[in-house]
Ligand binder design. Structure first.
Ligand code: SF4
Ligand code: SF4
Length: 229
């Protein structure tokens, strides 16, 4: 049972005439509006008006870059697919019809809705074939439409090559830059690995893969605790 002296009665505060007319609140609201009228506007009438963006490292829709001959630059190494944390890249590779690479992608799909635009694929690509572009306002009417295939990704390259030129200059100095270079066997073709000398073929008691030209380390020369067992 609650006693009367335990009950705390709270009285409504008395409002002044101005407060009862809501005048301080109205004037306060008008003051906030007035302050913003003279501030610099940051809203834009999108899509008619667009903000200028920092384009060099914006991570928007992907593109597959083309080389100087207009071929897809990708060599189907699967590095981007492996690095992708969202598992949204799917590549099918095949033997390349060109002599300067072993493989090329016959199929290259990116699920743009599943992608988290982290840029790991771009970082992983050894030939700068995949890049993220400043395009961010892509739309589609179905999920399937947002899975960009190879043709669509190459189309994004055509659309954005002026907006964002391919980031890195071409890497030169590899054998494939030599016009005489061709893969495979036959006269005039550059071997992929230098031929093994008789000494380095592991003749004698060393067995397979052990080279006579590289002597075994002297255990006395090794620091304590590092002796070979
Ligand atoms: S940006 Fe990230 S999530 Fe998107 S495809 Fe590349 S690696 Fe995958
Ligand atoms: S990492 Fe580059 S070259 Fe390798 S599969 Fe991906 S896009 Fe192609």
């Amino acid at each position: 049972m609650i006693r009367d002296e335990d009950i705390i009665r709270i009285e409504e505060p008395k409002l002044s005439l101005a407060e009862r007319l809501y005048l301080p609140q109205i004037l306060g609201g008008l003051w906030v509006t007035l302050r913003h009228v003279f501030k610099r506007k940051i809203t834009v009438q999108y899509p008619e008006q667009r903000r200028s963006m920092y384009r060099d490292n914006y991570r928007g829709v992907h593109r597959l870059n083309k080389d100087a001959q207009g071929r897809v630059k990708c060599v189907a190494c699967f590095m981007c697919e492996t690095a992708c944390p969202a598992h949204c890249i799917h590549i099918v590779g095949a033997e390349s019809p060109w002599p300067d690479r072993e493989k090329y992608p016959v199929r290259f799909d990116i699920d743009e809705l599943r992608c988290i635009y982290c840029g790991m694929c771009e970082e992983a690509c050894p030939v700068d074939a995949i890049e993220l572009t400043p395009l961010h306002d892509m739309v589609g009417q179905s999920r399937a439409e947002m899975v960009f295939d190879k043709e669509k990704l190459l189309g994004v390259f055509d659309q954005t090559r002026d907006l964002k030129p391919p980031k890195n200059p071409r890497i030169v100095g590899y054998a494939i830059d030599n016009p005489d270079y061709q893969l495979g066997e036959g006269p005039g073709r550059v071997p992929l690995t230098p031929p093994l000398s008789p000494k380095s073929r592991g003749q004698g008691s060393g067995g397979r893969g052990q080279s006579e030209s590289v002597p075994a380390p002297d255990p006395r020369a090794l620091p304590p605790g590092k002796e070979s067992r």
